[in-house]
Design a protein around this ligand. Structure first.
Ligand code: FAD
Ligand code: NAP
Ligand code: SF4
Length: 696
């Protein structure tokens, strides 16, 4: 993956202007809409203005806000962001003014959720509950539909009054307009249902009447679902027909929407190959051009580096590229690309941990690799007037973030790691099939260490005495974690392995394997063991499409067929002591993907397990046996006959240096796993490190 991050790529397609007739976009980069939570409270508007201004300054041509509902029925959740009054429009002025002051352009997304609304007032073409909301929508009367259309138009006019350069009409992802398009959710028999001409009437009416209301010199982006990824989704003929009709109705740009929210196909997770859906945009663009329809088409999903974006534009897949999360990770993405510094981009690794997962937990979004995202007014990193000498011990995510933040502020920093490379546990994470992106974070930090002037000492396990001898002003301990010893009788058997040895390839693993512990690492190790060596589908688009049952929407309605994963490389059993579902603590938006992926590989998942003892194989062979019982009553005793057992039983802090340093009176700070191993992840490690280093 790092091969794509060359130093001097000129990106002629990506950086070319796009003439829209009444206005020109300075390059082909759209910052796609993301719900950050800032939309949902008046008090957040100053922070929203700063957030967008920073990204406008970074060179992106056009940004789209998170979704704003045009009325109460269209709320995402009760009291969600809405633009339905001139008072609300006045508040938006601070956002548009801040963006324009930086030379940027911004469009407001009009999002009506329809039956996806998480509130009792939601409405839809038909009274059919969605699988992802507990609320059954009200079926709209013809008058009710007219009221929704008027709300869209009022919202667009208010957006114009508020100074926006345009609007994006959200017509994809299974939201309100999309719900009219397919019979799966639209079973009406009036002029809004039945034939496709009737089902697409709402989309066309909204675009046509919006254009009439806002005039010709205002951008209208229509987000069109080009592959629904649900059974009974739109046919390809319908997609093309809608695109042509939307253009004729007055849209300026068509943006690609990929998959309904209820689809059981991952569309943006890190295990989705880069640019996995650009071929669908290309298919649409080719058909439109052949029909003489020249509206610019935008592609999206899992495009996270300028090299990928350039390639997609160069091969004629699209006229513009939408990237959303990459601008949380690095507001300066475009400038760095333009200056031939793409290897300095802090790449979005598509983990969803601080952005989408937060949105689903009603928390303000941020970014795992950039904790300043959406915290621009709060987490301020400024040059220090009082330069000090720091030692940072441990170059995992926490140590890297602390060292670069301190050095960036002007402190003198020495960073030590006993390993021969930076990265700590990220060097294990990046070996998991589907987590190859994690290497990008290490590439970024490697560059950033040099840029900020951190002195890096690898292969250096420092002792407290050595540190004291150097008389640092303050010391940051980021020494991470050590695997927890589960103390199971018989665990010294040679068939019992640590996950570290397994992931580093230090030990050979047999065909029948049980994993003790089913946290994030247990799931990842299971993925590693069931995947044939060297065959991550995240790096093989055809194999990934087959694995998740994604088909050409030109051949199959909705673009979904039966999944055809490769057979598992091993027979894996995942065990945990807690009763209930395994993987319950995995990410909100990615846990289901991990569970589904392992299920496809027939991984057995057992919970409520007691590990009674480990012993020799019952047949006297080279294997190992694990005797387990279930529940408090220790019932249903079973012996698992295995080739190997892998311990993934959690972590404990590694902080042997703290006592002697503090005893000697040195100001010593603990961060990351060294501070607290329970529920540790890189999001917390980097966030804590950055915050500590921002104030020292
Ligand atoms: P570490 O990464 O453990 O780094 C500590 C560093 O200190 C090491 O490099 C070590 O060599 C060095 N060190 C220790 N003692 C000394 C010493 N005395 N002298 C010098 N150097 C020393 N997190 C997520 O958020 N998302 C994920 O998807 C994810 N996936 C993961 C997958 C796997 C397989 C693994 C193993 C972890 C994963 N994690 C994930 C967890 C994440 O990697 C950790 O939370 C994070 O690395 C913790 O950072 P840290 O800097 O505190 O510690
Ligand atoms: P973890 O998530 O805390 O899971 C530890 C597992 O070990 C649990 O299944 C736990 O379940 C079991 N366990 C705990 N004590 C045990 C004992 N004494 N004996 C046997 N089993 C025991 O930790 P992890 O899997 O090591 O992951 C470390 C961190 O990295 C996690 O906090 C995680 O967030 C992060 N990570 C995140 C991801 C991600 O995708 N976001 C991926 C990998 C890692 P029982 O106690 O029920 O048995
Ligand atoms: Fe990308 Fe993860 Fe940051 Fe979200 S939290 S923007 S997915 S790196």
């Amino acid at each position: 993956m790092t091969a794509t991050t060359t130093k001097t790529a000129p990106f002629p397609h990506l950086l070319a202007p796009l003439d829209l007739g009444f206005t020109t976009l300075k390059n082909r980069v759209l910052m796609g809409s993301m719900h950050t939570g800032l939309e949902d409270g008046r008090k957040h508007f100053p922070a929203m203005a700063t957030y967008f201004a920073e990204r406008a300054r970074g060179g992106v041509a056009l940004m789209v806000t998170g979704g704003f509902a045009p009325n109460i029925a269209g709320w995402t959740k009760p009291f969600a962001g809405m633009l339905a009054s001139s008072g609300a429009a006045r508040r938006h002025k601070q956002v548009t003014d801040a963006v324009h002051a930086e030379g940027g352009k911004i469009a407001l997304q009009i999002l009506h959720t329809g039956r996806y609304g998480y509130h009792p007032l939601c409405v839809a073409p038909s009274r059919i509950q969605s699988p992802i909301s507990p609320f059954t929508p009200f079926e709209l009367s013809a008058g009710g539909i007219e009221r929704q259309i008027r709300a869209f138009i009022r919202c667009a006019k208010l957006a114009r009054d508020a100074g926006y350069d345009g609007v994006e009409i959200m017509g994809s992802e299974g939201y309100f307009i999309n719900q009219f398009l397919v019979t799966h959710t639209n079973q009406r028999t009036d002029e809004w249902g039945g034939s496709y001409a009737n089902r697409m009437r709402l989309a066309i009416e909204i675009v046509r009447r919006t254009r009439e209301a806002v005039g010709q010199d205002f951008i209208i982006i229509y987000r069109l679902s080009i592959i629904d990824l649900i059974p009974g989704g739109s046919s390809w003929e319908e997609v093309v027909q809608l695109a042509k009709a939307v253009e004729a109705a007055g849209a300026t740009l068509i943006n690609s929407g990929i998959g309904w929210h209820e689809a059981r196909v991952p569309t943006i997770a890190t295990s989705v190959p880069r640019g996995a859906f650009t071929w669908v945009t290309k298919k649409l663009r080719t058909e439109l051009r052949a029909a003489g329809v020249n509206i610019p088409v935008i592609t999206s999903n899992r495009i996270n580096m300028p090299e990928v974006a350039e390639q997609v534009l160069a091969d004629g897949s699209a006229d513009m590229v939408s990237m959303a999360r990459p601008f949380l990770a690095d507001p300066e993405f475009v400038h760095k690309a333009a200056q031939g510094r793409s290897n300095e981009i802090n790449t979005c690794i598509a983990c969803n941990q601080a952005c989408l997962d937060h949105a689903f937990q009603a928390k303000l979004a941020s970014c795992l690799v950039n904790p300043r995202a959406v915290r621009e007014t709060e987490l301020i990193i400024s040059v220090t007037p009082a330069k000090k000498r720091f030692a940072v011990i441990g170059a995992g995510p926490a140590g890297l973030a602390a060292a670069t933040t301190l050095a960036g502020r002007g402190h003198s920093v020495d960073l030590y790691d006993s390993a021969d490379k930076i990265g700590g546990q990220f060097n294990l994470a990046k070996r998991i099939p589907g987590k190859e992106e994690f290497e990008e974070t290490l590439r970024y930090f490697g560059q950033h260490l040099t840029k900020t002037g951190v002195r890096l000492h690898l292969n250096t396990r420092v002792s407290a005495a050595e540190l004291l001898a150097q008389k640092f002003d303050e010391i940051i301990l980021a020494t991470g974690v050590t695997p927890r010893n589960p103390r199971i009788t018989g665990q010294e058997h040679p068939g019992v392995l640590s996950y570290i040895d397994v992931l580093l390839g230090n030990k050979t693993v047999g065909q029948r394997v049980a994993l003790i512990g089913a946290g994030g690492i247990g799931f990842d190790v299971a993925e590693f063991l069931v995947t044939p060596a060297g065959h991550s589908t995240a790096l093989d688009l055809p194999a990934w499409l087959a694995e998740w049952g994604v088909a050409d929407p030109g051949e199959v309605r909705g673009g979904v067929v039966r999944a055809a994963p490769e057979p598992a490389a091993r027979q894996v059993t995942l065990l945990q002591r807690k009763p209930g579902k395994l993987g319950g603590n995995l990410g909100k938006t990615t846990g289901w993907i991990h569970r589904a992926a392992l299920k496809m590989k027939n991984v057995e998942m057992l919970s409520g397990v007691n590990y009674e003892r480990i012993g020799a194989a019952s047949d006297g062979g080279a294997g190992v046996s694990l005797f387990i019982t279930f529940g408090e009553k220790r019932s249903n005793g079973t012996v698992l006959e295995l080739d190997n057992i892998v311990l993934c039983a959690g972590q404990e802090p590694l902080r042997e240096l703290v006592e002697p340093l503090r005893a000697a009176g040195v100001k010593t700070h603990l961060i990351g796993g060294a501070d607290e191993a329970t529920e540790l992840d890189a999001k917390r490690a980097i966030d804590q490190a950055t915050r500590v280093a921002a104030v020292l």
